[in-house]
Ligand binder design. Structure first.
Ligand SMILES: *[C@@H]1O[C@H](CO)[C@@H](O)[C@H](O)[C@H]1NC(C)=O
Length: 214
């Protein structure tokens, strides 16, 4: 008896998941700035108070500042920057690269990404998951597009003579970014140097040196 009840409960749970909505249940849910309501996403602004500006973002014609150690800059247009994106499952970024600048290896835990080169020449690539860890890489020119599948480590490098820039569309309002070097060697607090020395098969002093960069 208890067993069959458990089974019924389990089936109801399955049905509840199968019937769940994965799309917005309203035209939009413009993020309410400053709300402390905790939901998966951001709380909605009263639809009657919504303005065209809630659906708009300006400044994507402006180059990002690439004067930094990696020579690149990401200008995100996620739900935090464009409140109208809340619950819609898409977002955008502008990527600027100085000559030989890189967007270092990173992953987006919640989104695939499609990038379109607007100016310059980019070497791009991603790495497949274990055990193959195959590098899929290509040189892109202006007008070329390339997709980075969700969760996979990927990067870009400007291999042209001048500045380069691209736009990227992402399949989440908040794709998340894990930059591999920063996360592994610059966590707070540090991962023990012993662990990283063994993981990367190098001397602890090498780990300490890399950790000091982040
Ligand atoms: C770009 O960033 C560098 C380093 O932070 C800073 O010194 C410089 O003033 C910035 N340039 C512009 C145009 O904002």
């Amino acid at each position: 008896m208890a067993k069959s009840l458990l089974l019924v409960g389990f089936l109801c749970l399955l049905l509840a998941f199968a019937a769940a909505d994965h799309s917005p249940l309203q035209d939009f849910c413009v993020a309410q700035a400053g709300s402390s309501v905790l939901v998966n996403g951001l709380a909605c602004k009263d639809p009657k108070m919504v303005q065209a500006n809630d659906f708009s973002f300006s400044g994507l014609h402006l180059p990002g500042n690439t004067s930094n150690a990696v020579g690149s800059r990401v200008t995100p247009v996620f739900a935090a920057q464009l409140p109208g994106l809340n619950t819609l499952g898409i977002s955008l970024a502008r990527l600027d690269y100085a000559p030989w600048g890189i967007n270092p290896p990173h992953t987006h835990p919640r989104a695939s990404e499609i990038l379109v080169v607007q100016e310059g020449t980019l070497e791009v690539g991603f790495i497949t998951s274990n055990p193959d860890n195959r590098l899929i890489s290509k040189v892109l020119q202006k007008g070329d597009a390339f997709v980075f599948p969700q969760g996979l480590i990927h990067f870009q490098r400007n291999i042209g003579t001048g500045n380069a820039f691209a736009f990227a569309a992402l399949g989440s309002q908040n794709p998340g970014v894990i930059t591999i070097g920063n996360a592994v060697f610059g966590s707070n607090p540090d991962v023990s140097a012993d662990i990283l020395a063994k993981a990367f098969q190098v001397d602890k002093s090498v780990v300490n040196q890399i950790q000091s960069k982040f």
